[in-house]
Ligand binder design. Structure first.
Ligand SMILES: *[C@@H]1O[C@H](CO)[C@@H](O)[C@H](O)[C@H]1NC(C)=O
Ligand SMILES: *[C@@H]1O[C@H](CO)[C@@H](O)[C@H](O)[C@H]1NC(C)=O
Ligand SMILES: *[C@@H]1O[C@H](CO)[C@@H](O)[C@H](O)[C@H]1NC(C)=O
Ligand SMILES: *[C@@H]1O[C@H](CO)[C@@H](O)[C@H](O)[C@H]1NC(C)=O
Ligand SMILES: *[C@@H]1O[C@H](CO)[C@@H](O)[C@H](O)[C@H]1NC(C)=O
Length: 407
């Protein structure tokens, strides 16, 4: 390992523990409590409904309950046009689609007249509820999920809720990152949902992770060890919304370009590529009011398996449990050939998670790809799809052309 690689791995392990260790967070909380107001921007402190109001729309809020008992918040910016559902990625929330305000996807689509729905997955701050499980005391059961359950249950319940509410047979959906994975899970394991989707626009699609490169692959290589360690420490909820930690990151990361670069390499951007002209240092003061937002250890472990096994398959519980659960030694692959709904795939040249080669592979496996595109900018990366300053110029023409054509 080179020094730089070692530094990165150390930073990431450090980050894991800081974020997951709530006793530390409590200490930080008292020390850094006052910094929060100073470091976060106004939009960093507003929640989804407040941001919607600020940018000219009133958000309706619904609680929906999944078949397996999780209670999720779904937001709606009502419009007279057809429904479009936006679904976020891992460790993220509905907020990701609105924190750019007037140029965010939620506000822009609402301004264009669409009936905009913004979903949340189990485990994040809008989905940390269950009809009878307590996320803090029933850890092993509550946090026993990955993108599989989010697709199979959460996305299914969200789509059905909207169909039921609006009377539409089918709706358009847009996913970002793991918010695309959950679509492939749902449409392949519950084929009847293909008819309930007009078109899915996948931004930074994630199904195959075979082509990850350093530093992401380095972290993924030690992922199983980290996961085991967390499990042995009883940490099933990870990367949660700890205000204190966000404060520290914000404080360190928004002090000019040098600190931005440091944070870029140490915290957020090794996973996504770095381009200060698209996600400017000042905007971090908004981002870290909303991100990270908690997920399960199992979620990361499952994604990690996609890389290590070089297949898009269900969770690998180990030989014996696999036999009991799946009737086979290896977990079954998701049957992408069963996905008959229209799929549009949009990738970025500098995306370190959704690598163009892996997206090409996905495109070749999906039977009904209606649009495939690698965006023009050379530095376009994973988080630019939701957070970049230049989305109106480089991404929205693609999105709205697809919607016009297929919705
Ligand atoms: C957003 O904040 C307002 C004001 O504090 C509060 O009334 C509302 O319930 C919050 N909404 C959500 C979804 O948390
Ligand atoms: C959703 O649930 C929250 C918390 O349980 C509750 O405060 C809120 O009133 C509910 N909202 C609706 C629209 O039912
Ligand atoms: C957002 O756009 C609307 C309409 O163009 C404008 O009236 C408003 O001032 C903008 N809001 C902010 C906070 O920039
Ligand atoms: C977690 O879920 C899997 C698959 O549904 C199940 O086999 C397992 O028993 C569950 N574990 C716990 C602790 O609930
Ligand atoms: C659909 O809406 C009706 C009436 O509001 C409700 O009774 C029913 O439970 C809903 N079904 C689903 C699947 O949400």
């Amino acid at each position: 390992m080179t020094t730089r690689q070692l530094f990165l791995v150390t930073c990431i392990i450090f980050l894991y523990f800081d974020i997951t260790s709530s006793s530390h967070a409590d200490e930080f909380e008292s020390v850094f409590a006052d910094i929060s107001d100073a470091t976060l921007s106004e939009d960093g402190k507003l929640n989804f409904s407040q941001l919607a109001t600020k940018y000219g729309h009133s958000a309706d809020q619904y609680n929906l309950t999944t078949e397996d008992g999780y209670i999720l918040t779904l937001f709606n910016l009502p419009g007279n046009g057809p429904s479009v559902l936006l679904f976020h990625g891992i460790d993220d929330t509905s907020d990701t689609f609105i924190i750019r305000g007037n140029t965010s996807l939620a506000i822009t689509s609402a301004n264009a007249g669409y009936n905009v729905w913004v979903g949340n997955s189990r485990g994040n701050k809008y989905g940390r509820r269950h009809v009878n499980l307590n996320p803090d005391t029933d850890k092993e059961e509550f946090w026993n999920f990955s993108f599989h359950e989010i697709g199979y249950y959460d996305l299914a319940a969200t789509i059905d809720f909207i169909r039921n509410k609006t009377g539409e047979d089918s709706i358009a959906t847009i996913g970002h990152s793991q918010g695309t994975t959950v679509h492939y899970v749902l449409a392949s394991t519950r084929p009847e949902y293909n008819e309930r989707i007009k078109v899915t626009i996948s931004l930074a699609p994630i199904a195959f992770l075979s082509n990850l490169a350093p530093p992401v692959s380095l972290v993924a290589d030690v992922g199983p060890a980290i996961s085991l360690l967390l499990k042995s420490l009883g940490m099933e909820e990870i990367l949660q919304d700890h205000k204190a930690l966000s404060n520290i990151i914000t404080l360190i990361c928004s002090k000019g370009l040098i600190s931005y670069a440091l944070c870029g390499f140490g915290a957020l951007f090794p996973f996504s590529g770095i381009d200060p002209s698209n996600i400017e240092p000042e905007f971090l003061r908004t981002i870290f009011g909303h991100y990270p937002a908690a997920t399960s250890r199992k979620s990361l472990a499952h994604l990690n398996q996609l890389y290590l096994r070089k297949r898009f398959s269900q969770y690998d519980y180990g030989t014996i449990k696999n036999l009991a659960k799946y009737g086979s030694i290896a977990p079954p692959d998701y049957d992408l050939s069963a996905i008959t709904a229209k799929m549009a795939l949009v990738a970025g040249k500098n995306d370190q998670l959704s690598k163009v080669k892996d997206v090409e592979h996905l495109r070749d496996k999906l039977p009904n790809v209606v649009h495939y595109e690698v965006l023009k900018p050379k530095l376009w990366s994973h988080l630019d799809f939701v957070w970049a300053k230049t989305v109106p110029e480089y991404l929205y023409p693609t999105i709205f052309n697809i919607l016009k054509k297929h919705v």
